[in-house]
Design a protein around this ligand. Structure first.
Ligand SMILES: [Zn+2]
Length: 126
């Protein structure tokens, strides 16, 4: 008899617990729940979140990818116009920078070391 009473009270407690969980969940669902950052972001913040999720870097905040500098894998130089000044530190220990204009089109070589650079169009986010 005591075991039955204990079993019933245990089952009631479990059912009550389940009911509380369901009611709490339904209460959240009825109000729409707590929106995530992406759901409530608007404007520029939303554009930035989408770009970061897609793996792009709208503000060049991440470390640039390393390129070999060869003809097949040139250094990519983003530009909002059709040309850009590029400074090449030809060797790691050099103290002088070789500056030259990089124009739109095929990859160009650094006049000193011969590393290849290519201009790629880049749009400002706003
Ligand atoms: Zn160079």
């Amino acid at each position: 008899m005591a075991a039955r009473l204990l079993l019933r009270s245990g089952l009631r407690a479990a059912a009550a617990c389940r009911a509380v969980r369901v009611s709490a969940a339904s209460r959240c669902m009825s109000t729409g729940g707590i929106p995530t950052d992406e759901e409530q972001a608007t404007g520029l913040e939303k554009v930035i979140m989408k770009a970061m999720r897609d793996g792009t870097d709208p503000y060049n905040m991440m470390k640039p990818k390393g390129y070999a500098g060869s003809k097949m894998d040139p250094h990519l130089v983003p530009s909002i116009t059709n040309k850009r000044i590029v400074g090449c530190v030809c060797e790691e220990d050099n103290t002088a920078v070789v500056w030259f204009w990089l124009h739109e089109g095929e990859a160009q070589r650094c006049p000193s070391c011969g590393a290849h650079y290519q201009l790629v169009p880049h749009e400002l986010p706003h």
